[in-house]
Design a protein around this ligand. Structure first.
Ligand SMILES: Cc1ncc(COP(=O)(O)O)c(C=O)c1O
Length: 384
């Protein structure tokens, strides 16, 4: 009997989300209104920040957070070479200069504070941390660096809702946390994003940038909450989320603790099942990691002599989807002329070493023990 495909992850969307969407449709108010407000309040509460600003996606969350932090042409932004390219694109779209930094080591693919410190210049404005796969970066070291060297930290926190470090949630450490609720994230609204912050003035700037710099939206004017005539305080864009997505987000947020616990159980099971492959050179990062993880991804390092694309296609033949999070940014065609690949490999030795070995295996809250066994057995066969 053919076996069912095992996707990289599956969203936990059920009848509750369907009911939430219907509720909004039947209310006839589909653009920014009470659902957005409730979603923002509850998300801020979950992350432990005083403000949350819902936006259309995680990329716009980054662009708005950068702009609201005052980033401008010529400023330098330090970011990990191993991250999603949105983080880098948003730097360039602000007219700023992306500077790639190294990750910590084979067992920890989060940004290295030592590498960041060695690359700080007087033009450095922002440092973007990323909880790779859901695992907290060394935020204590980055907070200390921020105080000592005067750089601002923004957390591209997309991988790590509910992850904690020293009793604080990821996304509450820097000036801002930016979030994506894309379909493959631990919680999804289809497309969607959020900015979290404890800084009231920064939150206000984000709100203005999200909606054309307007002093009040249609809902505020309609309900009398805001002035009948709006003023435009600055240039902005339309980066708003809608009510349908916010209603889905509220349900997803409620499910997040149990979905994260299921992810953790599956990650632990996969770890156990894959341990024997250590003899063949397979390494599993984040064994003794700081804080608690959101278990967004299950990444492994293939044996140094393994051919990654051949392994991926063997797994695909067995119905198992894999991916790579991420190829270093300096390898992409769009980075030519911005980063010199040879120089990057020399400057970022850990990235250069881990990058060709990285592979992401399926991990989702609804993955079964049998799925985990199939993944481990198939990887064993693929490694020969
Ligand atoms: C680390 C990281 N940053 C930024 C983004 C961009 O988010 P979005 O796809 O919602 O624009 C994503 C997700 O896709 C991501 O994983």
């Amino acid at each position: 009997m053919p076996q069912h495909p095992i996707p990289l992850t599956q969203p936990t969307l059920d009848e509750e989300e369907e009911r939430a969407v219907l509720r909004v449709l039947r209310s006839r108010w589909v653009t920014q209104g009470p659902e957005i407000r409730a979603f923002e309040e509850q998300f801020a509460c979950a992350i432990g920040t005083s403000h949350a600003i819902a936006v259309a996606n995680g990329t716009l969350a980054l662009e708005i957070a950068y702009a609201a932090s005052g980033l401008g042409p010529g400023d330098e932004v330090l970011l990990p070479a191993i991250t999603f390219v949105a983080c880098w694109n948003a730097v360039l779209r602000a007219g700023a200069v992306p500077v790639l930094a190294d990750v910590q080591g084979l067992g920890d693919l989060t940004l290295s504070p030592a590498s960041v410190e060695s690359l700080i210049t007087e033009r450095t404005r922002l440092v973007i941390t990323m909880p790779h796969g859901g695992f907290p970066p060394d935020m204590q070291a980055f907070e200390e660096l921020s105080r000592r060297r005067g750089v601002t930290i923004i957390e591209d926190a997309c991988h790590a809702p509910l992850a904690e470090l020293n009793g604080r949630r990821i996304g509450s450490f820097g000036l801002a946390g930016t979030w994506s609720f894309y379909g493959n994230k631990n919680m999804t609204t289809g497309e969607g994003g959020m900015i979290t912050t404890n800084d009231a003035a920064f939150a206000e700037k984000c709100r203005l940038l999200r909606s054309h710099g307007l002093t009040s939206g249609t809902w505020q004017r309609e309900t009398g909450e805001g002035p009948a005539l709006y003023d435009v305080l600055q240039t902005g864009t339309n980066a708003r989320m809608d009510e349908l997505r916010a209603a889905i987000g509220l349900v997803q947020l409620e499910k997040l603790p149990s979905a994260t616990a299921a992810r953790r159980r599956n990650a632990e099971h996969l770890r156990e099942l894959l341990a024997p492959l250590g003899d063949r050179g397979l390494e599993i990062p984040y064994v003794h990691h700081r804080g608690t993880s959101a278990h967004h991804l299950f990444c492994v390092l293939l044996p140094p002599d393994a051919e990654r694309e051949a392994v991926m296609s063997r797994l695909r033949e067995e119905g198992i989807q894999t991916s790579v999070h991420y190829r270093p940014i300096y390898e992409f065609s769009a980075a030519r002329g911005i980063h010199d690949e040879e120089e990057m490999r020399r400057r970022l030795p850990v990235t250069a070493k881990v990058a060709p070995r990285l592979l992401t295996l399926p991990l989702g809250p609804r993955q079964t023990a049998e799925d985990n066994e199939r993944i481990a057995e198939a990887l064993g066969r693929a490694l020969g």
